[in-house]
Design a protein around this ligand. Structure first.
Ligand code: FES
Ligand code: MG
Length: 588
């Protein structure tokens, strides 16, 4: 690692924007002319770092509703530090509104980020995002472009309370829905709940995918220390935005690019933080995708190995029972990292220009039961199920030769070693229709299986993997069952759900061969997921299998289906992965 101080500072002539603005030819004239068309004077944008602010704000992205205003604080920071700020609106992926799933657009936002930065006179960038797919997408684009970049997390929404209980976005929606479905909550109460759980702008206030991914980005060294836990509406969030702007200018002079920060070691740090937080299974898709952009091959088994040794110490929904506002008061991510220092490479460089160890040194946490001691983690494994407290387990077997994942800490320990009869659905719509059927042939030991929900089959790998419990079993008091799919699950959800089965059924993965009535076995100790069907029978079924014809014959979805990789590889586009150099655009 070379410290920023040991490098010569960049000169004005070395700025990327210099190529656009300094030349004495007709192109340089036109570039300066068009800036002045906006009322700017030459000195505002010439001879200083031009900082792009990639803003994923929109009116249909409630988690990012404050980012338009927050960009003003970033601009003040950039100006104060001697740079010139430019706001670049980008695709806004509000998780709840975007159909069929934001996942289908993660790569599009990554591509947009990279190409915005490449095609415009930008020297450094502040990336504004937070809602689930936006942190990985923005980081993927910035890694590929490799100019100085700092990630500004949108921050979580404030806590809510309902009948004296803390209630969290997503997690409690699902809990209340199950109670409403069987009449434990009446219509008036249900309608009233619409105004609850999401009390302010900001990302989901549980350790869902947004908090998981912003924590991963901070642990990788791409955010300011402590940034991800600051509530969206806190004045500290505006101050952090100012600091991001100011820091981005210095990072340009220091030439502190992502390729100097993001290494295999920083990924290990990020996975370690993820394991300690009890983070979302979606990280198992986004981490390999981000690593791929840095030219790093990340094996799912590396994540499994880290999750085996790093205990969950964040007492946050859906694994625990506190919310992100509590996490902020308790000291946020640096307080967690200080507790698991022994598992981290503290020499990793961060956007501060210092090491991770220096960033978190002396960061005071509060011992209030939100961030626990590793000696007394959130969930202890038992003799029968040592895996019960783990954030992630990676499975292999004849149902998932390229891998599948499960989050044991959000599952029922008694279902983690389970054998049952499969009930297989070919589509989400078919499955949802069946769940209300009082005559559905199902009991608490049945294994619910959904296929055609993968990257190509979904398409876009929607969050269908948390299949609902059949109504007739809900009435019997059943709240969890073993569920298997090639889909993903919302990070705010819980349950014994095997996800990301690869290869997916739509490309002929073994999941396509499973039939209702077959026996399926999950053995978490052996990290195995198998169907107990003979090789001869599977060969017969394979020979009879016909690849489904895509209903998408044009447009972005067609490109997506042609380019997307399988879940274990991160679902990036094949042609976007890797870190081969891309030439700078010619100015003429
Ligand atoms: Fe945006 Fe949960 S919906 S973070
Ligand atoms: Mg989510």
């Amino acid at each position: 690692m070379s410290s920023p101080a040991s490098r010569p500072r960049k000169t004005v002539e070395e700025l990327r924007s210099h190529r656009w603005f300094a030349s004495d030819d007709i192109r340089g004239f036109a570039h300066r002319q068009r800036m002045q068309q906006q009322g700017l004077v030459r000195e505002e944008f010439m001879g200083r770092p031009v900082i792009g602010i990639v803003n994923t704000w929109s009116d249909l992205s409630p988690c990012h509703a404050h980012l338009r205003e927050r960009a003003q604080a970033v601009k003040r920071g950039v100006l104060q530090a001697g740079g010139y700020p430019l706001e670049l609106p980008a695709l806004s992926l509000g998780e709840v509104m975007v159909k069929p799933t934001t996942m289908i657009y993660r790569n599009l936002l990554a591509m947009e980020t990279e190409e915005l930065l490449r095609s415009l006179p930008i020297d450094g960038v502040v990336l504004m995002g937070g809602c689930d797919k936006t942190p990985p997408a923005l980081v993927m684009g910035a890694l590929s472009m490799d100019i100085p970049a700092i990630f500004l997390p949108a921050g979580p929404m404030l806590n809510d309370r309902y009948k004296g209980q803390a209630v969290g976005a997503g997690t409690h929606t699902k809990k209340f829905w199950a109670e409403y479905a069987i009449g434990n909550i009446d219509r008036n109460e249900w309608v009233g709940l619409e105004a609850r759980m999401t009390r302010t702008t900001g990302t989901c206030n549980t350790m869902g995918t947004a908090s998981t991914m912003t924590a991963i980005v901070e642990a990788m060294g791409l955010s300011l220390p402590g940034a991800m836990s600051i509530p969206a509406v806190d004045a500290a969030h505006s101050r952090m935005a100012w600091q991001c702007g100011a820091r981005a200018v210095d990072m340009v002079w220091e030439d502190l690019k992502p390729s100097r920060i993001v290494t295999r070691q920083s990924f290990v740090n990020a996975i370690t933080a993820y394991a300690a937080l009890g983070g979302s299974t979606n990280a198992a898709v986004h981490l390999p995708a981000m690593a791929g952009r840095a030219g790093i091959m990340l094996d799912l088994e590396e994540m499994d190995a880290i999750a085996r040794r790093v205990p969950v110490i964040a007492n946050l929904y859906p694994s625990g029972e506190k919310l992100m506002e509590d996490f902020f008061y308790a000291g946020g991510l640096p307080a967690v990292l200080n507790k698991i220092r022994d598992h981290l490479d503290l020499s990793a460089l961060t956007v501060t220009g210092k090491t991770l160890g220096e960033d978190i040194a002396g960061w005071a946490g509060t011992e209030d039961g939100t961030i626990l001691d590793p000696a007394h983690p959130l969930k202890q494994g038992s003799a029968e199920c040592p895996e019960a407290g783990m954030t992630l387990a990676v499975l292999r077997g004849n149902l998932c030769p390229d891998g599948a994942v499960i989050k044991p800490s959000a599952a029922s320990p008694e279902l983690l070693r389970h054998e049952g009869r499969a009930l297989v659905f070919d589509s989400n719509a078919e499955m949802l229709a069946a769940m209300d059927d009082p005559d559905l042939e199902v009991d608490r030991d049945t294994v619910l299986v959904l296929r055609n929900g993968g990257p190509i089959g979904g398409p876009g790998m929607p969050e269908w993997g948390n299949l609902p419990i059949p109504k007739k079993l809900l009435r019997q008091g059943v709240r969890d069952m073993l569920r298997i799919s090639d889909s993903r699950m919302s990070g705010t959800h819980y349950g014994t759900c095997v996800l990301h089965v690869a290869p997916e059924s739509a490309v002929g993965g073994p999941l396509a061969l499973l039939r209702t009535g077959d026996t399926v076995r999950l053995d978490i100790g052996e990290r195995r997921l198998d169907m107990l069907v003979s090789e001869e029978e599977l060969a017969r079924r394979r020979a009879a299998w016909v690849r489904p014809v895509s209903t998408y014959q044009r447009g972005y979805t067609r490109i997506f289906q042609a380019e997307v990789t399988q879940a274990n590889l991160g679902c990036d586009f094949a042609s976007l992965a890797g870190n081969a150099p891309t030439p700078e655009p010619p100015i003429y």
